[in-house]
Design a protein around this ligand. Structure first.
Ligand code: XIL
Length: 375
């Protein structure tokens, strides 16, 4: 059995034509086959659980990812008003959108629209993300030396400066650690400033551009892959020692159903020892696995999902109040999820708290159960 789930593309998928984004070809072929096979044994879907509005039971702000187009969807807006108090732009505040027309012509229309919506609704906003290994390569291609520095510093000054007073916090750097936890990623940023150097520089510039925002380092699978978690903790130690204005730690929490029991809770206890605010920043939990011989029913998958999500929510609820920054899901309805876009969509995955009609999914009940029983 694989230890990690099928993962949607981490590339600038919105800029690719349909069909190029998402799971590997192998997964696209395998997942529906495996799930179709389970289907024959699955019982009818149970009725949706009763779950109070999530923001009313969360120990901290409850957030969701947002795409600007969702502001035009009254069903989405109603669901967001009822359940969330914080928004993270899913992709329109990243270089993939802001720099789509190049460094000289930044596009802020959609992130401005999201910021205005947040303000009008009285919701907080979390900025995501300034510097990411996966983005900006094309826009910065051809720059070197002082010109590269001006573009790097200028980007952070322009973006973080524009949203000063409008965002509560920023993911300054996203995903600096290698998947297997063996070390730091090399990328177009580290090529110029070094593996820790680009992170230090980004935080310094963000601090200057927005002295009031809480500055986060954000990473996935640190809570679920022990080697990666250990590497993340070492990085945080080095950064703090070097005087980096790092103020918060983002655990993306893109979970899957085969994470061994106890790993998430143990990691939460470990990382809390820095005393910094913790953001569960992108929670979702796919029901899919890469193992095509996995014949578990949908009901069994949902039970496994619930156990992992309750473990996470309960570990978050057990943190000291001052360290509970926010608990954010990576979309509200299954059909909003990056797991359910284009070729990635098997039509059956239920990674998010609400179904396509906005009715609570079992995962919403699992979040509520975790909040209720801190552990
Ligand atoms: C994903 C978005 O969901 C997609 O819409 C986007 O095109 C690519 O990125 N880690 C992150 C998020 O920090 O920004 C990613 O979001 C998911 C993984």
């Amino acid at each position: 059995m694989t230890t990690q789930p099928p993962h949607p593309s981490r590339s600038a998928s919105h800029l690719l034509p349909r069909g190029e984004k998402g799971f590997s070809r192998r997964t696209i072929l395998a997942a529906p086959l495996a799930l179709a096979a389970c289907d024959r044994f699955a019982s009818a879907e149970p009725s949706p659980p009763n779950v109070p509005p999530l923001k009313s039971i969360a120990p901290a702000p409850f957030g969701t990812a947002i795409k600007a187009s969702q502001i035009d969807d009254p069903d989405w807006v109603a669901l967001a008003r009822a359940n969330v108090s914080q928004l993270t732009p899913e992709w329109e505040m990243k270089m993939e959108y802001i720099l789509a027309d190049g460094l000289e012509r930044p596009n802020f229309d959609r992130s401005d629209r999201i910021a205005a919506f947040a303000q009008a609704e009285g919701m907080a906003m979390h900025g995501h993300t300034l510097i990411w290994y996966a983005q900006g390569k094309e826009a910065f291609a051809g720059l070197s030396g002082a010109a590269f520095d001006r573009a790097f510093d200028g980007y952070i000054a322009a973006v973080a400066g524009r949203y000063r007073g409008k965002v509560r916090s920023w993911d300054v750097v996203n995903e600096p650690i290698l998947d297997d936890g063996s070390g730091m990623r090399d990328c177009h940023w580290s090529a110029r400033y070094g593996q820790d150097g680009y992170i230090l520089r980004a935080f310094e510039k963000a601090r200057i551009a927005d002295p009031d925002a809480i500055l986060f380092l954000n990473e996935y699978n640190q809570e679920s892959v022990p080697a990666k978690g250990a590497q993340f903790l070492k990085l945080v130690e080095r950064l703090l020692k070097a005087g980096c204005p790092l103020q918060g730690l983002g655990l993306q929490s893109h979970l899957w159903i085969d994470i061994p029991e106890g790993v998430i809770a143990a990691y939460m206890r470990e990382i809390s020892q820095f005393g910094l605010p913790i953001h569960v920043s992108e929670l979702d939990c796919t029901l899919r696995t890469e193992n095509r011989l996995d014949m578990r029913s949908q009901a069994d998958r949902i039970a496994a999902q619930g156990a992992r999500v309750t473990e996470l929510a309960s570990a978050f609820a057990a943190l000291p109040r001052a360290q509970q920054f926010a608990f954010t899901v990576w979309g509200l309805r299954d059909t909003d999820s990056w797991y359910r876009q284009g070729d990635k969509d098997d039509g059956r995955d239920k990674p998010l708290p609400f179904d396509s009609f906005g009715r609570p999914n079992p995962i919403a009940a699992a979040i509520a159960a975790g909040f209720k029983t801190p552990a």
